[in-house]
Design a protein around this ligand. Structure first.
Ligand code: THU
Length: 133
């Protein structure tokens, strides 16, 4: 699967975002090394802190089905009815990505038409992880 198709899957996953509080809708599509795609959306909560980001929804879906080796994640987000030119993952999601992914794991940001490819090490330098324990 190419990155444009992965962005399309992320955009489609946005449709299921549950965002009655922020009205900011995010979709993610996670590509495993075995070639499967797990999608996710953000799911908010009236108590706010239980909110789960789209990226973590996708990663937790995959891990819960025994997939732990990942190649890339595409992320598309923006206010309801709009798509941001670049919606970067939050710090918590970067840390969760770092739990499972190598430094050259690819993070694809932007829109289906105009996206850029980043690496985990470029968006999370000096990371803390299992190597430090
Ligand atoms: N959000 C994500 O789903 N992914 C991110 O990396 C950034 C933030 C969600 C959480 C919340 O539902 C909304 O966007 C506003 O922060």
């Amino acid at each position: 699967m190419d990155y444009k198709e992965l962005m399309k899957s992320a955009q489609e996953a946005r449709k299921f975002s549950y965002t009655p509080y922020s009205h900011f809708k995010v979709g993610a599509a996670l590509l495993t090394k075995s070639g499967k795609v797990y999608t996710g959306c953000n799911i908010e909560n009236a108590a706010y802190t239980p909110t789960n980001c789209a990226e973590r929804t996708a990663i937790f879906k995959a891990v819960s089905e025994s997939e732990t080796e990942f190649e890339a994640i595409a992320i598309v987000g923006g206010r309801d009815g709009e798509t941001s030119p670049l919606c970067a993952p939050c710090g918590v999601c970067r840390q969760v990505i770092a739990e499972f992914c190598d430094s050259d794991f690819k993070i694809i940001l932007g829109t289906e038409e105009n996206y850029s490819v980043h690496t985990l090490s470029s968006i999370l330098p000096y990371s803390f992880g299992k190597k430090d324990l």
